[in-house]
Design a protein around this ligand. Structure first.
Ligand code: SAM
Length: 283
């Protein structure tokens, strides 16, 4: 069998993964959901024909979206996760005994159900007793929240389709309001490399900078995302991700992580010049 999954990473670039078996295909009210068994990346979740999660490289994304804020403020107790239907972000959060409450707001219940069935590697901790699952639009959910969370993680799809609202000024303003006085907002921040992605990334940064006094961007290499060069936004009311990192305290927790360590934490905030310029252009 010679079957390949192919995704456009830019109008002139395509990325292909060899497929062993098409395990699932379904259409929810929001998007097309597929699970592929692939030769190199294990099981892969795609939404509307875009790779969301692969068994082989999901650890990079989930480590970086969770452990960077948790190591910056180890006293985080109440967390809101928006999107994240595959469960990988919740899996990493549940490693912290200090976290008391994880509210996860996913618009599409079918993504969660499919991941629980096909990708237990990421979905295995969604039944942790500290996790409350809400099947709603994250944009609407945060409207009514005030001074309620220590950390908000936006683990969304891209800024079109159901995820579009999670990149708006209204949404970031409501996240600011929903956070405590020392709250942190971390979001998947798109890629700086191909021009369409870079525009989305700059727009998000410009909007976040309008609300939060501390706004940083950090990076990781994620092989299956367009260009492999991916960014995360770190916006905060009080904590600086480098100055306030207590590496000794985080290391003393003894957590097992496959990608994150406190050296990577510091290094990930060192950005290439062209990315610094893209960010400065919109600040
Ligand atoms: N790691 C992934 C990435 O960056 O490609 C994101 C994965 S996760 C599966 C993204 C989830 O966000 C999807 O399951 C999608 O249904 C959910 N989502 C999109 N828009 C949403 C919204 N407005 N409110 C809540 N969840 C949303």
């Amino acid at each position: 069998m010679n079957v390949w999954y192919t995704e456009d990473h830019s109008p002139g670039v395509r990325f292909s993964i060899k497929v062993e078996q098409h395990l699932y295909s379904g259409q929810s009210d929001f998007q097309k959901i597929d699970i592929l068994q692939t030769t190199e990346f294990g099981k892969v979740l795609t939404l509307d024909g875009l790779v969301m999660v692969t068994e082989k490289d999901e650890f990079i994304y989930h480590d970086m979206i969770v452990h960077v804020p948790m190591a910056t403020n180890p006293t985080i107790k109440k967390v809101l996760v928006i999107g994240a239907g595959d469960g990988g972000t919740v899996r990493e959060l549940t490693k912290y005994d200090s976290i008391e409450q994880i509210d996860m707001v996913e618009i599409d219940k079918m993504v969660v159900d499919v991941c629980m069935e096909f990708i237990p590697q990421t979905a295995s901790k969604l039944n942790d007793p500290r996790v409350n699952l809400y099947y709603e639009d994250g944009l609407k959910f945060v409207r009514s929240k005030e001074n309620a969370y220590d950390l908000i993680i936006v683990d969304s799809t891209d800024p079109f389709g159901p995820g579009e609202g999670l990149f708006t000024r209204e949404f970031y303003g409501n996240c600011y309001k929903a956070l405590h006085d020392d709250g942190i907002l971390v979001n998947q921040h798109e890629s700086p490399f191909y021009s369409e992605d870079a525009l989305g990334m700059q727009r998000a940064h410009q909007r976040i900078v309008g609300f939060f006094p501390i706004c940083n961007v950090y990076q990781a290499h994620i092989p299956t995302y367009p260009s492999g060069h991916w960014l995360f936004g770190f916006a905060s009311k009080k904590f600086d991700p480098i100055q306030d990192l207590d590496a000794a305290a985080w290391n003393a927790l003894g957590l097992t992580t496959k990608y994150y360590n406190t050296d990577i934490h510091v290094g990930s905030f060192a950005l290439p010049n062209y990315v610094k310029e893209q960010l400065q252009d919109v600040e």
